[in-house]
Design a protein around this ligand. Structure first.
Ligand code: PEP
Length: 236
């Protein structure tokens, strides 16, 4: 089974650092069963020449096709720049920038209309987790964001992102199974479900071996080449 290792660099990495990272990436061999995806900031999309074993992804796109949307970036341009994947609905955009699930769904459809694969993020905040309402919350968020064609789902508990706290392994497995069943009911049983939230070189292997986990979405740890390499090695 393919294991996805997605690097979300967020608003980190300058041009020279990024080029040095990608040059180092070219020197390692990545097994065929691993799908590595690098998602840098928009201006770097045209500046990085990735090795053939790593796909290019973007961290966001506009929910509109084109037009007077200053500062936005269209899915068609991302496709022209060589992106194969686009992250949509990251919790930082939902919570800090007010993105709604409807906007996320529109973005995912733009991505699909331009021949790329959306990596759709969903995740519960801490109060919902503490109240034991994770399943209900995720089902609603997924249903409201759900595109009409194939995508990759990333389960990212908001309280885990960048905090060093992760759910217990049995909790990750239970949530992934629940999400798989929700997707199955809707005809998307084959959807890969990734885990994201404080994945590092230390915990990647134990998460990646979980049967319901098809890969990981990595933020903070993905800007360190050595850590990213360890995570890739953990998937084999
Ligand atoms: C993310 O932002 O998607 C993420 C998982 O971040 P981190 O790995 O830093 O928790």
């Amino acid at each position: 089974m393919t294991k996805y290792i997605i690097a979300n660099w967020k608003m980190n990495m300058g041009k020279q650092e990024a080029i040095a990272f990608v040059t180092a990436l070219g020197g390692i061999s990545i097994p065929q069963e691993i799908m590595g995806v690098l998602c840098p900031s928009f201006p770097l999309l045209g500046a990085l020449h990735l090795p053939p074993t790593i796909a290019l992804g973007a961290q966001n796109c506009s929910s509109f096709g084109s037009g007077p949307y200053t500062g936005e970036v269209s899915a068609s341009l991302l496709q022209e720049m060589g992106c194969a994947y686009v992250i949509v609905g990251h919790s930082e955009r939902r919570t800090l920038l007010g993105e709604t699930s409807l906007m996320v769904k529109e973005k995912a459809c733009q991505v699909l209309d331009h021949g790329m694969t959306p990596i759709l993020c969903i995740g519960e905040p801490l109060d919902i987790y503490d109240q034991g309402r994770t399943d209900v919350y995720l089902k609603e968020q997924l249903e409201e964001s759900l595109p009409d064609r194939d995508f990759i789902l990333a389960y990212e508990p908001v309280w885990s992102i960048g905090t060093g706290h992760t759910p217990r392994l049995e909790e990750i497995e239970a949530v992934h199974k629940f999400l798989h069943n929700v997707l199955k009911e809707k005809g998307f049983a084959h959807t890969p479900i990734l885990y994201g939230g404080s994945v590092t070189g230390k915990n990647a292997r134990e998460i990646l071996v979980l049967p319901s986990v098809s890969g990981v979405l990595v933020g903070g740890a993905s800007v360190s080449f050595d850590m990213f390499l360890t995570i890739i090695e953990s998937a084999t």
